[in-house]
Design a protein around this ligand. Structure first.
Ligand SMILES: Cc1ncc(COP(=O)(O)O)c(C=O)c1O
Length: 422
């Protein structure tokens, strides 16, 4: 016990989630975490979207353990390996071909922000333009370019240079009745607006860290049309809401669009191991060999998990299941909304949902109380005012029900306490 305490003081102050969820975890299975005092927590956080298939998923674990036992190379930079070629074949057959997509695949360094950096670099190289259009409330990661295009971070990182970034209003930012595409097209493609034509537009189809803001399908279609008409590349950052989170493998399938570049990370390895992908239309693949490299690309252990996880997409069963659970969540949240004065809005799609509270303090209190009562759920939004529901897609129906009931009772409890303190 002492040893754990000593080690805690050794880690940099920068560690964040250890402060939001102050305990020491020792065990994890599917939707449950257990700490060193044997307290059980229901996981509505899923490693910020890296654990769509749950903790220590047995099917994936078996594949990974067998891979390790076989002494197949775990690390060989981006040299060819049997597992890498297997993965490329399987993602082509199971994901790309059935959806009519013909993307080439780049393995950048393994965290999401590396995929973002690679995509922006490629878009600038292809178009020979510098400017990038990013959106209000966006989040794309913590390296310099990703921060510069993250609207949600501007207050915290004012020291990051962002002179080549043009921020534009996301769907809904100017109010429900304003079509921001009209505004964007005027600001970006009209002579005299002061803006140079950008290389790319980058967006999340559902802004997750930004407060669960769901772009309308028509808005996405119009944005793609505007980008295509003007020779601007459309980059969809599907790092948090891809890999089945919305019910389909890609979050943009619902709008029937085909982005020029798609970014995947977090749950693509299936097992919580680090892996990122940049999917690009073949004509964009003008990289020279080794031009964008890194030590930990195409890690074979991650690729083993990623290959096995694609089994979930061989038919519609898994996807239908996620959609059904999503509808169940939606119903429960709408009920919570109707019955709670402190809830301003509920919104989401598939199995990513947000509950917007009247204040950041209230959302924080709900998250903290839930943690005390054995549930892990984080906040998001520009003032931390939104509770983000992100359970594993494999959560059992009974634990999903339990979690939603607990959520409802804690929201009620926090409201009661609020009334008493006035
Ligand atoms: C949409 C989106 N893009 C990029 C990132 C950055 O990924 P990573 O933290 O793995 O660098 C995140 C992380 O939360 C994200 O949600």
């Amino acid at each position: 016990m002492n040893k754990i305490k000593l080690n805690k003081t050794r880690e940099s102050n920068v560690s964040g989630y250890s402060k939001s969820f102050p305990t020491t975890f020792k065990y994890a299975k599917n939707d449950i975490l257990i700490d060193d005092k044997d307290k059980e927590y229901l996981d509505f956080f899923s490693g910020a979207g890296a654990l769509n298939y749950g903790h220590n998923n047995d099917i994936l674990k078996e594949a990974i353990v067998n891979f390790l036992k076989s002494d197949a190379p775990v690390h060989c930079l981006d040299m060819d390996s049997v597992i890498k070629l297997n993965f490329l074949n399987k993602i082509t057959e199971v994901i790309l071909k059935p959806r009519g997509f013909d993307y080439k695949i780049q393995f950048p360094s393994p965290s999401g922000t590396n995929a973002v950096e690679a995509a922006i670099k490629l878009a600038r190289k292809v178009t020979k333009r510098k400017k990038i259009v990013a959106f209000t409330h966006s989040f794309h990661g913590m390296t310099a370019t990703s921060l510069a295009i993250s609207g949600s971070q501007e207050m915290r990182h004012q020291d990051i240079p962002s002179q080549d970034i043009i921020f534009q209003p996301f769907d809904g930012f100017l109010g429900e009745n304003t079509n921001t595409i009209e505004y964007i097209s005027k600001m970006i493609a009209t002579n005299g607006s002061g803006n140079q034509l950008p290389a790319a537009i980058i967006l999340e189809t559902i802004q997750a860290e930004g407060g669960i803001k769901v772009a309308n399908e028509k808005w996405l279609q119009e944005l793609q049309h505007f980008a295509n008409e003007n020779g601007i590349l459309l980059i969809v950052d599907d790092i948090q809401v891809g890999c089945g989170r919305t019910g389909n493998f890609f979050s943009f399938e619902r709008a029937g669009i085909t982005p020029d570049i798609v970014l995947l990370s977090k749950s693509i390895s299936g097992f919580g191991l680090p892996l990122s992908l940049v999917l690009m239309k073949p004509e964009l693949d003008i990289w020279k060999p080794g031009e964008h490299n890194g030590t930990f690309r195409a890690n074979n252990l991650s690729l083993c998990g990623a290959t096995k996880a694609l089994d979930y997409w061989e038919d519609e069963t898994f996807s239908n299941n996620v959609k059904a659970k999503g509808e169940f969540i939606e119903k429960a949240l709408k009920k919570i909304h109707e019955n709670s004065e402190n809830v301003l809005d509920v919104r989401g799609l598939g199995m990513i949902w947000g509950i917007e509270f009247v204040s950041g303090e209230m959302a924080k209190k709900v998250s903290k109380t839930l943690f005390e009562q054995g549930m892990i759920i984080e906040t998001c939004g520009n003032m931390g005012q939104v509770i983000k529901l992100l359970p594993p897609l494999t959560i059992t129906k009974s634990n999903l029900t339990k979690g939603l009931e607990k959520l409802q009772s804690v929201i009620h409890q926090v409201r009661e306490e609020e009334i008493l303190t006035y």
